[in-house]
Ligand binder design. Structure first.
Ligand code: ZN
Length: 309
């Protein structure tokens, strides 16, 4: 009995240690959420199983795999895909999962913007598929082609500027670019009939928005874009995005307000002659604490305010 009593706790302890190690390993291996959308690829792809959820009507959200959320519209004759995962393997897995829900050929891919976690899987498409994107997205994909030559055959086959309306088997789609924001080629796809808009990475939830300065992204313009997006079709109820669950119109309005509040706080501190480091510290960003693969939102707001002075 005595031996048994001793053995049990030690067995339990071993299990606890193993569980703790597994959790630690998962934390260390997983990349920072939402940071996969950079031009740089170091094999940091996360691969989880792909799940498809119906959002509304014939609109489906695809989560998991590697890269950002994708969306697809199931038509009567064909399917339409929005964004293309981060690796060809993951896109192929995605297409196979879509077939289980709607066994139709894919007729069109729309890209929300040029980040790798939305476009690098394109070479997993069958050849000859129509790919539509904003002109700037096409241009911003060109440097990535140098690193990934296989993407050359999967650059957008069709581009637009400003706006483009489409008829997808009777469903009206309105593509809009409201100017530079996350990148300079962001597309919002409005599906008025379903009261849904697909906004790519213009909407981040639970973290600061990303502004790609190297792609002419802009914080001020992001605020304008989000406001334009809300004003464009007041009937839109749901906003779908690359790294979050569907968001309500009210949520986007609150997001805009919180961004404006941040800007106002930074402006006030600039007027008080505070340094960038002091301002960042006021937002809880300790110098050197965040390993910066990219500047923080406060850096960007500060920079844009100073440039306009
Ligand atoms: Zn992005």
């Amino acid at each position: 009995m005595k031996i048994n009593r001793r053995k049990r706790p030690s067995g339990l302890l071993l299990i606890l240690i193993l569980v703790a190690l597994a959790i630690l390993a998962a934390i260390l291996i997983l990349p920072e959420p939402g940071l996969s959308g950079s031009l740089v690829f170091k094999g940091q792809e996360t691969t989880t199983s792909i799940t498809i959820e119906k959002v509304r009507d014939n609109i489906y959200m695809i989560k998991g795999g590697s890269g950002a959320n994708c969306y697809f519209l199931a038509g009567k004759k064909t399917n339409l895909l929005i964004d293309a995962k981060m690796s060809p393997e993951s896109l192929k897995d995605t297409l196979a999962e879509i077939q289980k829900i709607s066994a139709k050929p894919l007729s069109l891919v729309i890209l929300t913007h040029s980040d790798g976690d939305h476009v690098n899987g394109l070479s997993g498409l069958p050849g000859g598929i129509r790919i539509l994107a904003h002109k700037k997205t096409y241009e911003e994909m060109l440097p990535a082609v140098e690193q990934r030559p296989e993407l050359k055959d999967f650059l957008p086959s069709e581009t637009y500027e400003g706006s483009k309306n489409l008829d997808f088997e009777g469903t009206r789609l309105e593509l809009r670019n409201f100017g530079p924001a996350h990148t300079s080629g962001d597309t919002v796809t409005f599906i008025p009939e379903s009261k849904v808009a697909i906004a790519g990475d213009l909407v981040f939830i639970g973290r600061d928005p990303l502004i790609h300065k190297q792609k002419n992204g802009s914080f001020f313009a992001l605020i304008k874009t989000l406001e334009s997006m809300l004003a464009y079709k007041p009937e839109i109820e749901l906003f779908l995005s690359g790294h979050a669950d569907p968001a309500s119109r009210q949520y986007i309005a609150e997001l805009v307000n919180s961004l404006k509040e941040k800007e106002a706080r930074v402006r006030e501190m600039i007027q008080q002659k505070k340094t960038l480091e002091e301002i960042k510290a006021a937002f809880g960003l300790e110098p050197g604490s965040a390993p910066s693969r990219r500047p923080s939102l406060i850096d960007i707001i500060y920079q844009e305010i100073m440039e306009k002075k």
